[in-house]
Design a protein around this ligand. Structure first.
Ligand code: NAP
Length: 242
């Protein structure tokens, strides 16, 4: 049984990605950290597409929990193959660097960068055995150009971009592609507190993007047809920057 694992699949962009991958025929393993209700909502949408779905709760920034929960699932479900991994779980905690607290730096780096490492290291081993895989990392405009007030988030996302390019070269010969998607302003809980009326004027397309628009590109990268694209970062930002 072919599965797609989406970290942070319960809300926002991750939720739209789960639904899109389900439409492609993948069974979906939906990860979340704390909001079980939203994870259940996503599961229901996935099942409406006629595929199977499962919820797996763990905090991607916690190495032990990731190994025990995800590693445990993989061991217990040897008949289920994770073909597509979408490293989407992420948080931001903004502040100017001169006032940034240790926890703000640590939490953002741990979730966005360490989380990518803990999850991917586990999944890539089974992809190597199967000689097929698609890894898609959710980065950000912030990791490409840097954004003031986001030194922690920009550093974490830039780190994932570097790792994407390095890993793509390590495992390309095994039929596994590794790419990143870099959204600009997308309407989710994460951007809820931002002044959309003001910020959308900075965007050439004069609006924020939708989670479904990001999911569309993730689905393309996850498809067999994208077999010759690896180590790339695709921007989805309404023309804001590339
Ligand atoms: P969101 O609406 O805040 O959703 C975040 C998701 O990640 C939730 O499902 C959340 O689960 C999960 N999550 C957070 N921390 C986690 C952890 N430690 N372990 C497991 N799951 C965790 O965010 P979003 O806007 O959809 O963002 C998704 C990704 O896109 C992130 O990587 C973000 O950095 C990136 N991005 C977003 C934008 C944007 O404009 N929205 C722009 C650029 C990049 P719980 O609810 O259970 O905590």
């Amino acid at each position: 049984m072919k599965f797609a694992l989406v970290t942070g699949g319960s809300r926002g962009i991750g939720k739209a990605v789960c639904v899109k991958l389900a439409e492609m025929g993948y069974n979906v393993l939906i990860n979340y950290r704390s909001n079980e209700e939203e994870a259940n909502n996503t599961l229901a949408l996935v099942k409406e597409k006629g595929v199977d779905g499962e919820i797996i709760q763990f905090d991607v920034s916690n190495k032990e929990e990731t190994i025990s929960k995800l590693g445990g699932w993989m061991e217990a479900n040897a008949d289920k193959v994770i073909e597509v991994l979408v490293n989407n779980a992420g948080i931001r905690d903004d502040g100017l660097m001169m006032w940034m607290k240790d926890e703000q730096w640590d939490n953002v780096i741990k979730t966005n960068l360490d989380g990518f490492f803990y999850v991917t290291r586990l999944v890539v081993n089974s992809m190597l055995q199967k000689k097929y895989g698609r890894i898609i990392n959710m980065v950000s405009l912030s990791g490409l150009k840097g954004l003031p007030g986001q030194t922690n988030y920009s550093a974490a996302k830039a780190g994932v971009i570097g790792a994407t390019k390095a890993l793509a070269q390590e495992i390309g010969r095994k039929g596994i592609t590794v790419n990143a998607v870099a959204p600009g302003f997308i309407k989710t809980d994460m951007t809820d507190g931002l002044n959309e009326t003001e910020l959308k004027n900075l965007v050439p397309l004069k609006r924020f993007g939708t989670p479904e628009e990001v999911a569309h590109t993730v689905a393309f990268l996850a498809s067999e047809g994208a077999a010759y694209i690896t180590g790339e970062v695709i921007s989805i930002n309404g023309g804001l920057y590339s």
